[in-house]
Design a protein. Structure first.
Length: 240
């Protein structure tokens, strides 16, 4: 999964900058250990598990809305029921969710399923495809996508999307910025990525399948531009 490398050290924890942690991963994912003092999580063991259920059968399309998350315009749909199936699309890129909320006490937190496929342009420029299950900051749809650090509602879920890249990074973030290991991850040859998780230790802040479209990134754009200039120069030289 992800970059499909043997080891990858990624990111650091800095709550003020909304950096939620670091990790060491194998192509099959890894077990997380969250250390609030050092801010690092380490690989302990690799795992392989059986095939999960699929979220191919979904309920009719619900009302969607657009809200900004990490400066990108995500298309969202609210989780209005305690359990169910939803899908949401951003153009032709679609995300599917099968879920069961487990509210704690009198908690009435609002959650939404979001999709984004496009170019991120703030603090860098890169192409993305993202499926995200997020806790909204308030009780209004307009708060979905805003920064959240705590949650009480636990959730069993299966999140799925069909990506145009093999570089898809899964993550589950619980209350107080604690990383959890996804219960099961599966990737098919046609680009379909599935993440299944249950028995959370804390409330769900966000669950995400984050696809990086490296082949559409600025480096490739620069390379194509340079090749174009070389072709133009060679073409012009033919007329000299």
């Amino acid at each position: 999964l992800g970059a499909n490398v043997t080891l990858l050290a990624a990111n650091i924890r800095n709550d003020k900058l909304i950096m939620t942690g670091s990790g060491i991963y194998t192509p099959f994912s890894a077990t997380y250990h969250h250390d609030t003092d050092s801010g690092y999580c380490h690989q302990e063991t690799c795992f392989d598990s059986s095939h999960p259920e699929t979220a191919s059968t979904v309920s009719p399309l619900s009302v969607t809305f657009v809200s900004s998350m990490m400066y990108d315009p995500y298309t969202f749909v609210l989780l209005n029921e305690t359990e169910g199936k939803l899908n949401v699309c951003y153009g032709t890129f679609c995300c599917h969710l099968q879920y069961r909320q487990l509210p704690q006490g009198t908690s009435k937190e609002l959650y939404a399923l979001g999709a984004f496929a496009g170019t991120h342009t703030v603090n860098g420029r890169f192409a993305l495809q993202v499926c995200a299950l997020v806790r909204c900051a308030g009780s209004e749809a307009s708060s979905c996508g805003q920064e959240v650090e705590e949650a009480e509602t636990k959730m069993d879920f299966l999140l799925e999307g069909k990506f145009g890249t093999r570089y898809v990074y899964p993550s589950v973030l619980a209350s107080h910025m604690v990383l959890e290991q996804p219960e099961h991850l599966e990737k098919t040859a046609d680009g379909r990525m599935t993440m299944k998780h249950s028995n959370m230790t804390g409330g769900l802040v966000t669950a995400c399948l984050y696809g990086r479209m490296y082949h559409l990134g600025p480096m490739n754009e620069l390379m194509y531009y340079m090749l174009f200039l070389i072709v133009i120069q060679n073409t012009n030289s033919c007329f000299l």
